[in-house]
Design a binder for this molecule. Structure first.
Ligand SMILES: Nc1ncnc2c1ncn2[C@@H]1O[C@H](COP(=O)(O)OP(=O)(O)O)[C@@H](O)[C@H]1O
Ligand SMILES: [Mg+2]
Length: 258
């Protein structure tokens, strides 16, 4: 059997059960949510990419004040408050997707963002456009300088619209000791949280339970350029790369028992 077929089967085994479970969840959640969000002015609620739903996180689109919005809903772990913390702290320092409303109640946390009709970046975007890695570098520099570890630097967490790049998904971000705001942190001692920690940052982190956003960026860009090293992105990247070792802010959970 060839590799592509095996990868396809592996994907189906992982994704189909989740998709079926999420479809069963969608109906009751949708009806209840529709009602409660209407009172917050959100109309035309529709499930968004059900295959992405995980760990009690649901995604919807809707309309608020006649503007398209994206809703991220956290019904289980209640870590979405980190999106609010990150946005309040960083929004004047770096261009983020506007967080229009944050709703918190006993059973759920709901973040309502402007809907961005863009695409996640691809390796080709990085390889062919110098400005993409330049922007990633600039965004991470702002986070780094302000003591924020994003911890999930990967292609899917950058959305590109035209020539604007947005970093998203601060749900499991953390702050350094010098960071003036406090994030809710996943704990290694709680089984479900440990599982998330294991996957957070995927293969882009230095080692298990250790995160370094510039290290992740380095792996990401190197991988993208490997396939087309003559692309316009390569030259600029080689300049940035020499500065990355100065930015070695690492967050580790291996020495602590949080
Ligand atoms: N404001 C937005 N507008 C449009 N799509 C979005 C927006 N925010 C996130 N998305 C899409 O939803 C996906 C999941 O959002 P994300 O916050 O990264 O959650 P997850 O924890 O599942 O990775 C993103 O990869 C992106 O495709
Ligand atoms: Mg994400």
């Amino acid at each position: 059997m060839n590799g592509q077929l095996l990868r396809g089967i592996d994907y189906a085994i992982k994704v189909i059960p989740r998709l079926m479970k999420n479809y069963l969840l969608v109906i009751p959640n949708w009806i209840l949510l529709k009602k409660s969000l209407k009172s917050h002015g959100v109309l035309k609620l529709k499930p968004f990419n059900i295959g992405l739903w995980h760990h009690g996180f649901f995604y919807f689109t809707g309309e608020l004040n006649k503007k398209a919005v994206f809703l991220k809903i956290d019904k289980k772990l209640h870590f979405l408050q980190n999106e609010y913390v990150a946005h309040e702290f960083l929004r004047e320092k770096v261009k983020l997707i506007p967080l229009v409303k944050f709703i918190i109640n006993k059973s759920s946390q709901i973040a309502i963002f402007d809907f961005i009709a863009g695409e996640s970046i691809t390796e080709r975007d990085i390889a062919n456009n110098a400005w993409v890695s330049e922007e990633i570098y600039r965004i991470l520099m702002v986070l780094n300088t302000n003591g924020v570890f994003h911890r999930d630097i990967k292609l899917e967490n950058f959305i590109k619209r035209g020539e604007t790049l947005y970093l998203i998904d601060f749900t499991f971000s953390v702050g350094s000791d010098s960071c003036p705001v406090s994030f809710k942190e996943l704990k290694t001692g709680v089984e479900v949280e440990r599982k998330i920690l294991k996957h957070l940052g995927e293969e882009n982190k230095p080692s298990e339970l250790v995160w370094n956003d510039f290290h992740s960026m380095s792996l990401l860009v190197d991988r993208a350029l490997l396939s087309s090293s003559k692309g316009k992105g390569a030259k600029q990247w080689n300049i940035f790369k020499t500065h990355l070792s100065d930015r070695n802010m690492t967050y580790s959970l291996t020495k602590t028992s949080k």
